[in-house]
Every structure is written in structure tokens, then in C-alpha cells.
Design a binder for this molecule. Sequence first.
Ligand code: XIL
Length: 312
Amino acid sequence: MAVGVGQFESQSSLRYSPQATALQQTVAREFNLLVAENVMKPQYLHPEENRYFWEDADYLVSFAKRHGMAIHGHTLVWHQALPAWMQHYSGNWDGMLKEHISTVVSRYSADIASWDVVNEAFLDDGTPRDSVWQQHVPDYIAKAFYYANQSDPDGEWYYNDYNLEGMPKKLDAVLAMANGLRQRQIGMTGIGFQMHIDRYWPSLESIRTAFEKTVAAGLKVRISELDIRMNVNGDEAQLSAQLAAIQQQRYHDIITTYLQTVPAEYRGGISFWGVSDKYSWVPAYYQHADWPLLFDDHLQRKAAWHGVYEAL
Ligand code: XIL
């Protein structure tokens, strides 16, 4: 099974990080799957209507190939990380959507076997998210999957979102959407559960139920951006030995739940959203310290790493 890591942005990038050499060694040694944390998002890949920027994405792809790692593409359509020209686009949106998807998918079809086609299209209550895509191409989810399939008939196509494992209404809306695509014979391989979770939430029971429902719907399950926040209230100054042990157990439980609940042929793999705590997106996003990943600031394996290792 592919077990990988999200990579690439200034400080955390395999290419530009101050720790680049050590980071590259760690990634190549520890994982067999690579995901671009940022550089395959439209903002980076497609900065102007008639100009693509492939350099950083190509670097990631060639690194992965050199080390025999698989690559999962993230992400073709999202309401964030849009280049300014897309946000203010006044031309034919459907044509623009198709052009972007077919150009990116075709370029990497030999190297990237699976993609997040649409990211975060639903709100937690299960209603569709209002976005430029929704406004300009109301049927954009189905169209995006259709264009992706057309560009590479052998690809694996995922819908990716957060909180699906803890908010049943949201998952139900996604599964209803997937069912709609199936009725129109538009291929969707599975669901990416981002799983930016914390030490308490969601419960294992809730996660198990969500995975089971997805498998019952005939869809693969990917854990796509796993990290586990330990400083939920922001009052912890460091990852104490006690907290580290709790995190180890939590990681162990999540991976075990995945392996026990999702049959092998329905497993799309697991990726973590970064390597070392030092460059995790979490502290910046939540505005206080946290230690959500498997490696510490110096790229040493944490207790959390052992939790995953023992479960696999
Ligand atoms: C995040 C990156 O980790 C950050 O570096 C960036 O500033 C913002 O995006 N859900 C997703 C990811 O699908 O693309 C997001 O990644 C985290 C939430």
C-alpha cells in the first residue's frame, strides 16, 4: 500500500527547504508515495491564462521517480489557491476548466496515477460550497471528473474533503454526489478523507462508520492529508512525553481502523500532510504551537512514527 507525505512549499519543500538534503533523505527512506502540498494547485501551476509553471512540480515528479515512489496529484479544482486571473475570469468558464484539467492531467499521465479532481466542494452541513466554480459552472463537479477521465482513461479520480469522517451529513452529501456521477457513467474512483484531526475528535467509531459507508458505496478510501493536533486549546507549551504517548496511540488507532475497515482492494493509500512538525501547516493555521506529524523539528522519528509503524 502506498504510504506517503505531502510535500513542497518554501520552507518545507524538498527543493528549497533549509533542511532540503536531510528532508530528501527522510522522504526517500520512509515513504513510497509523494503528494505536492502546494505546487500542483492552479495558483502555482497556472499563474497566467496562457502560461503554466511546471518547474517545481516537475522537480517533485522526478524526485519521486528517482526514488521509486508513486505520486498522487493534488488538486485540479479548488475554491482556494486560485490564480488571480481565474478568480476574475470573464471568458468561457467551462472551456477554461476543461483546458486546465486536460493540460495538467495529460502532462503527467505517465507519472501520476491518481488525482484529487475536486477539493472541498461541500460545507460541513452537506450543502454545496458557494465558490467561483459553483457560480460560473453549476455542474462543475461532474464536468471536472468527466474532463479528467477524457484526458486519461486509466487515471484514478478522487473527491477530497475534510471532516467527512466526523460529519455524517457532509459524507452523505458527497456519497449522493458520487452516486449521481455513477448514474451518468462518469468515473470516480474514491473519496479522499483529509483527516486533519485532533487527539479527541472524531471518535474511532465515527471514523469506522464513515469508511464503511464509503466502501459500501463501492468507492475507494484514501486517507489523504493526515495530521493529528495535540494542542487543541493552545495551552500546551511543548509535546510532553505524556502527550507524545497519547499521539502514538491515536496514530496507531487510526491506521488500525483503516486497515480493519477498508478491504485491501478499496484502499487508496495514506498520506500525511508534511514530514516534520517544524514546517507543518497546522501552527500557522491555528495560530499557536502544535506537533501534529511523525517527525520532530530535527527530522527525528517521534513516538507517533512508532504508532504508525506498529499498526502497518
Ligand atoms: C495547505 C498547505 O499545507 C499550506 O502550505 C497552504 O498555505 C494552504 O494549503 N486542505 C487541503 C490542502 O486540501 O491543500 C491544504 O494545504 C490544507 C487543507
